[in-house]
Design a protein around this ligand. Sequence first.
Ligand SMILES: NCc1[nH]cc(CCC(=O)O)c1CC(=O)O
Length: 316
Amino acid sequence: MAQADGIIRIGTRGSPLALAQASEVRARLIAAHGLTEDDFAIEVISTSGDRILDRPLSEVGGKGLFTKEIEAALLDRRIDLAVHSSKDMATAIPDGLAITAFLEREDVRDAFIGRDAKTLADLPEGATVGSASLRRQALIKRLRPDLNTIIFRGNVQTRLRKLGEGQADATLLALAGLNRMEMQHHATDILEPEDFPPAPGQGAICIESRQGDTRIENLVSAIVHDETSIALHAERAFLKVLDGSCRTPIAARAVLWDSGRIAFHGMILRPDGTEVHEVHDEGDADGAVALGERAGRSVLEAAGPHFFDGWGDPQP
Ligand SMILES: NCc1[nH]cc(CCC(=O)O)c1CC(=O)O
């Protein structure tokens, strides 16, 4: 491709996982278009989610925390495309921006990383699990009400360090992130998604760019993964229906099978794991959004109007 268009500036967070994801996007674009590394600049942007490390995300303002500053850089034209973990993306995208690609999904499952006990079942009564994720805390308490959960913030390396220091007996991390950093040997077990469904979007990288920026849209269209996009549309539609409170633990997994059918599993939980509402449904791939919305409405209805009471104010 001719370089008259200029350097492609990729915006990313600075964590090792974020940088690995940005390099993967760059490598895929290089392979798809015969470009070289010199055609790209990787701009590291610090986000509030990287700076505020002493509070759970749900208290600081939820999902936008890992994306707001990067989206501002897109709107200011300091970068041309942003690489995100889909799991960190709010369902509302700022005016003028759009998700232009979902890449092929990595493993969607959560990994268990234990110090002495190698599996969740083997943890002794009253053991402590570190996690910043409301979903993981609630799923743990549902399966093991005797366990204590403490907040583990920071990037993957920080959390593994805290575990190594003995601040908890175990932690959970997305296997996708460990795989991308070639750190999968830290996992002592893998949690099955039927018992331990992932966060909507887990394991999938997405690219965000300015609406109408056809240079970037054309470039990234070559690396879009259709099946992942369909699954993500269903999972994000489910999330959007439930978005009233970012303190709600929400899990969802859409799987494509039999050329064009989607199997959908969604769940909402009370943060202490004592109440769970889940849905299994299926539908055609071309109705992915409708399937996710229907599943979202069905768990909302099962949960009833008071399910969300008493967890603090919904985020704006
Ligand atoms: N908020 C942190 C975050 N965002 C995405 C991932 C994992 C990678 C992915 O889901 O694609 C992680 C770390 C983790 O949960 O272990």
